[in-house]
Design a protein around this ligand. Structure first.
Ligand code: HEC
Ligand code: HEC
Ligand code: HEC
Ligand code: HEC
Ligand code: HEC
Ligand code: HEC
Ligand code: HEC
Ligand code: HEC
Ligand code: HEC
Ligand code: HEC
Length: 436
């Protein structure tokens, strides 16, 4: 064997054993912290310990991580009409832009384990990075002269991905309107047509092996008994043995749409990769000390035997969450509207609850019919918060008022009590351009 070849072989063996060693270590739970360079991002800290969720192949580099990102986020970027989709850069006309910033890979802008270099929304590039591709903007658009590149993505101006409420055409066609619309209401839920409703059940038809009078009463008065859903449909799904707390399995055989949304958001992200239920104790946000310790699933918000959606819209949330924004809700004009709706003084849909903003009602097509259902991914419109403009605020407010209100951090903190302190000029800039 030649000397060259043996050195090469030794090198190969060394590389392989090192790679296997590190690969093996990465899968050893107790060794993991040694490898973490820094804390995980705000978005991912709950799944940090499941290394192989992102590092799907210990020998793979950026590409395999990128594929993992797409696996969870592709649909969200698609529904938000991503302004800088990968295909924009595989277009040869834009290929030169990639020399400065490799925008075809998520990891270029969203690193992990680097808390000290991480900005909001897991962005690990400095906030003036738009310069690299849009340096000539002031020449193309004189209105932008003198603006700093760290202001492009300020509230109410532009986002890198989601500009649904900020496109010029949209700003122009919604440039007018009163602060509060005449019909200030959200859509009514229509029910879930896709689930089979069976004949209504009476109290003596309950099929539990044993039952307390309290359970029997609650259940018999619930929508489930009316729709023919018996005790065992939830407690012994698919002919399994009776379980007192069946978890997600109690609901997912019928409410697949709600389950999908729940698992895709922050509340369900642990369950979605088999890490068990998420408890308030593991959160970075502020929670009540005595908040539910059994962990999040459908029954955290819906009393399983009395699944009245009204009870889930505020009380469930405030039983766990305890940050200032949450605490201030009770004293907001929106909460006042909700109280009046509950008393029947205002039409249904006039009140604004936690769920109105965080779990908005959406129109879907089901068997050719339009149905209105609740988005159970409470992260879907959270950040950047301009996502709420079209899905929530504009049901009741003008575009201009919504942009200004969401750009105001004081209003977010006090849960929208008072008027916005400044006017974001985006709409005016589009109007000025039109009249020139
Ligand atoms: C197992 C699914 C999963 C994988 C894999 C995953 N994410 Fe996430 N990510 C989530 C969930 C769930 C959230 C929290 C809800 C939200 O903010 O959308 C989140 C949040 C985020 C956020 C927003 C953070 C914030 O503070 O608002 C960004 C940005 C992000 N992910 C990018 C990525 C990138 C880039 C990758 C690949 C390195 C990746 N994600 C891998 C599920 C995943
Ligand atoms: C060139 C930089 C860049 C690249 C590449 C990039 N992002 Fe982002 N991403 C951002 C910025 C900046 C934000 C902050 C919000 C904004 O401006 O839209 C963000 C925000 C997000 C969010 C928060 C929610 C939202 O809709 O804005 C998610 C999720 C996300 N990115 C996922 C991804 C995934 C997945 C990829 C890969 C397909 C990716 N990003 C590629 C810069 C980038
Ligand atoms: C949410 C996705 C995600 C999870 C979960 C995750 N990583 Fe990472 N990891 C990344 C990304 C993205 C990078 C690339 C970092 C960069 O280039 O900024 C990375 C880089 C690394 C690196 C290379 C260090 C570097 O900065 O180049 C190591 C080592 C690593 N991860 C180990 C781990 C271990 C061990 C775990 C489990 C405890 C883990 N990772 C969990 C996304 C993740
Ligand atoms: C890697 C290059 C690259 C980076 C970085 C980049 N862009 Fe772009 N951007 C493009 C390309 C390519 C287009 C489409 C062609 C054009 O209009 O120049 C575009 C288009 C746009 C548009 C036009 C409207 C639209 O949605 O089509 C806006 C607004 C925009 N970018 C804002 C930003 C902001 C804000 C940032 C920083 C947060 C940014 N871009 C970062 C390459 C980039
Ligand atoms: C065997 C099927 C089935 C199972 C299992 C099931 N449900 Fe239902 N659920 C229904 C039907 C049918 C309706 C009535 C349909 C409608 O009006 O939209 C309904 C209605 C609801 C409603 C809406 C009430 C309203 O007033 O609009 C909620 C909330 C609900 N279910 C939650 C749950 C939860 C939580 C679980 C698990 C603990 C669960 N369901 C298990 C079939 C089921
Ligand atoms: C819509 C699904 C569903 C139906 C229908 C249902 N349950 Fe439950 N039940 C649950 C879930 C989920 C839990 C666990 C979570 C909790 O305690 O809220 C539970 C908890 C229980 C418990 C143990 C915890 C406790 O509260 O003591 C008993 C006992 C019980 N149910 C009996 C019944 C009986 C009897 C019926 C029929 C009369 C019935 N359930 C109908 C979903 C259901
Ligand atoms: C059983 C307790 C519990 C209940 C009930 C609950 N949550 Fe949460 N929520 C959590 C936990 C835990 C997290 C994750 C926090 C973290 O990782 O820091 C979370 C995260 C969130 C986030 C994302 C925060 C962020 O910064 O990314 C929002 C928004 C949210 N919840 C809203 C709601 C709303 C609205 C309701 C009621 C409809 C509700 N929650 C009910 C426990 C709960
Ligand atoms: C964070 C709290 C929370 C969790 C967790 C949650 N829900 Fe809901 N759900 C709500 C709220 C609030 C509403 C009503 C909102 C409204 O009326 O606008 C609702 C509405 C519903 C409805 C009525 C039909 C619809 O979608 O419009 C069903 C069915 C339902 N939830 C089932 C489930 C199931 C099944 C799970 C578990 C996979 C679940 N929910 C988890 C808060 C929650
Ligand atoms: C009028 C709409 C609206 C209402 C009502 C509302 N929120 Fe929010 N919430 C927001 C906005 C906007 C943000 C900020 C998102 C961002 O920019 O980071 C937010 C942020 C949050 C966060 C993340 C806070 C953090 O510090 O990271 C939680 C948790 C939350 N809300 C829970 C609730 C709960 C619980 C209620 C009801 C008691 C509620 N919200 C009522 C619009 C609303
Ligand atoms: C269902 C209708 C509805 C929705 C949805 C709604 N609002 Fe409102 N909002 C109102 C009404 C009505 C008032 C006036 C209440 C009053 O003056 O008593 C109001 C008042 C306000 C105020 C002024 C409070 C004050 O003290 O004068 C702010 C700020 C506000 N809303 C912001 C928002 C934002 C931001 C969103 C979206 C995230 C939103 N609202 C969603 C109906 C709504």
């Amino acid at each position: 064997m030649s000397r060259k070849l043996s050195i090469w072989l030794a090198w190969l063996v060394l590389c392989f054993s090192l790679a296997s060693y590190f690969g093996y270590q990465m899968f050893l739970e107790e060794q993991k912290p040694d490898f973490i360079i820094g804390e995980a991002t705000h978005g991912h800290h709950q799944i940090e310990m499941s290394c192989d969720t992102c590092h799907t192949d210990p020998f793979g580099g950026e590409e395999v991580i990128h594929d993992a990102c797409l696996g969870c986020h592709q649909e969200e970027l698609k529904t938000s009409h991503d302004s800088h989709p990968i295909k924009k850069f595989t277009d040869p006309r834009n290929a030169d832009r990639l020399e400065k910033i490799n925008a075809v890979s998520c990891v270029t802008c969203h690193g992990e384990h680097k808390q000290d270099q991480t900005f909001e929304m897991g962005v690990t590039l400095p906030d003036d990075f738009c310069y690299e591709c849009h340096a000539e903007i002031a020449e193309e658009r004189p209105s932008h002269e003198g603006m700093g590149f760290d202001t492009c993505a300020s509230a109410g101006c532009h986002n890198y991905h989601d500009n649904r409420a900020l496109y010029e055409d949209f700003l122009l066609s919604n440039n007018e309107g009163p602060m509060i619309k005449a019909m200030a209401q959200v859509l009514a839920r229509t029910g879930t047509q896709s689930i089979e409703r069976k004949a209504s059940l009476s109290i003596d038809q309950a099929d539990a092996p044993s039952a307390s009078p309290e359970h029997l009463k609650e259940w018999s008065e619930s929508i489930h008994a009316t729709a023919g859903v018996n005790c065992t449909s939830c407690h012994a799904p698919q002919g399994q043995a009776w379980q007192d707390d069946p978890g997600l399995a109690a609901c997912n055989s019928c409410h697949t749409h709600e389950e999908k949304g729940f698992l895709a958001g922050k509340h369900g992200m642990k369950l979605s990769i088999g890490l068990g239920k998420m408890t308030p104790a593991t959160g970075r946000a502020a929670f009540h000390e005595n908040a539910d310790t059994t962990g999040l699933d459908c029954a955290s918000c819906h009393d399983a035997h009395k699944p009245e959606p009204k009870l889930a819209a505020v009380e469930s949330c405030t039983s766990c969450h305890n940050d200032t924004h949450t605490q201030n809700y009770a004293n907001s004009p929106h909460a006042e509207l909700w109280k009046q709706e509950l008393k029947g003084e205002l039409p249904a849909g006039s009140g604004v609850t936690c769920a109105t903003c965080h779990m908005p009602r959406e129109v879907h097509k089901e068997f050719g019919e339009e149905v209105v259902r609740v988005q159970h991914n409470q992260s879907m419109n959270l950040r950047p918060n301009e996502k709420m403009i079209r899905s929530v605020c504009m049901d009741c407010h003008s575009l201009s008022f919504s942009i200004d209100a969401l750009a105001d951090e004081v209003l977010i903190e006090n849960n929208f009590k008072g008027l916005p302190s400044q006017n974001i000029p985006s709409i005016q800039m589009v109007l000025d351009r039109e009249t020139k």
